[in-house]
Design a protein around this ligand. Structure first.
Ligand SMILES: NC(=O)c1ccc[n+]([C@@H]2O[C@H](COP(=O)([O-])OP(=O)(O)OC[C@H]3O[C@@H](n4cnc5c(N)ncnc54)[C@H](OP(=O)(O)O)[C@@H]3O)[C@@H](O)[C@H]2O)c1
Length: 285
């Protein structure tokens, strides 16, 4: 029988693309915040009781770091209490849970990445603290939980999807607006092509429960990535328009070691090549 998936945050960058990809393979109920406010415990319980999903992908969150820092109470309500509501309902209705977390749980770690699942995260933002607390609470509430710590995702605008700031889209916007790009040469993050992630996603349902670092390896700095994007776009002449900055007090390195997931067969193209692949698919090169 076709498996049922309930996805929260269904109108977001991830949710819209996930639903477009799998709407014929799974019976999917995608709910935006106007259809299911995850901070309303009764509504969450009712939604699961009615649909009885095999899997819940909990993608809803307030994921903007600055907004969370400015609105810590609201961020906690959505990112922690909302996630707890979802986990309690999953336990009550026997649904397996995928919780989407983030590399940003490691923002405050003094040692350099890549971090593995056994490293103790030290968040230094409200968003990072929220996600780490939610991870711990969810794993305690519901045994059948996968926690996926995503790296930074990238993709391009598509029909009936939403778009978030990301390396390629930011670069294209800067080019269109004739802006100088300020890029850090002391910042290192994994950058993952959203379609490569979504394509492999259902394999998560077959691996043991627990925490997984999820996404691409990247040895290049943000500055080097911006250079790569302009070169791939055929805009090498514009390279002087990228300003190399080192304005952060220390190197930021939140890269993830993804060996654990690779052992279960989920592997990702290294970030520079994945960026080239994305630009090729959208016929920019
Ligand atoms: N994008 C990335 O690079 C990245 C990296 C690491 C982790 N993540 C995590 O991955 C997940 C999906 O990210 P995304 O990029 O798709 O984020 P997104 O585009 O911001 O989508 C998140 C969705 O959450 C929904 N939401 C907010 N408050 C809600 C509430 N009270 N009740 C129900 N829904 C609510 C919003 O719904 P409405 O639009 O309907 O208001 C929004 O569409 C998030 O958990 C995020 O933290 C993302």
């Amino acid at each position: 029988m076709t498996k049922k998936i309930l996805i929260t945050g269904a109108r977001g960058f991830f949710g819209t693309r996930f639903i477009n990809r799998y709407k014929t393979e799974f019976n999917i109920l995608g709910l935006g915040s106007d259809q299911l406010n995850i901070t309303d415990n009764d509504s969450v319980a009712k939604a699961l009781a009615k649909f009885k999903p095999d899997y819940v992908i909990h993608a809803a969150a307030i994921a903007t770091t600055d907004f969370c820092n400015q609105h810590p109470d609201l961020a906690y309500k959505v990112n922690v209490q909302g996630a707890v509501n979802v986990a309690n309902a999953c336990k009550a209705h026997d649904s397996k849970l995928v919780f989407i977390s983030t590399e940003q749980v490691f923002n405050g770690n003094p040692e350099a990445g890549p971090y593995s699942e056994t490293d103790q995260p030290i968040p230094d933002t409200v968003y990072g603290h929220n996600k780490l607390e939610a991870e711990q609470k969810l794993l305690a509430i519901h045994e059948e939980t996968w926690v996926l710590r995503f790296t930074w995702l990238f993709g391009l605008p598509e029909r009936h999807t939403s778009i978030n700031p990301n390396v390629i889209w930011n670069a294209l916007q800067a080019l269109l607006n004739g802006q100088v790009m300020k890029e850090r040469s002391n910042e290192f993050r994994g950058l993952t092509y959203i379609h490569e992630l979504i394509e492999q996603f259902p394999r998560i349902f077959n691996i043991p429960y627990g925490i997984y670092h999820t996404g691409a390896h990247n040895s290049a700095s943000r500055y080097e990535i911006a250079q790569h994007i302009l070169t791939e776009l055929g805009q090498k002449a514009r390279l002087p328009d990228i300003l190399e900055v080192n304005d952060a007090p220390k190197t930021r390195d939140v890269r993830l070691n993804t060996t654990k997931l690779a052992h279960h067969g989920l592997q990702f193209t290294e970030s520079k090549n994945a960026i080239s692949q994305c630009l090729k698919e959208f016929q920019f090169r």
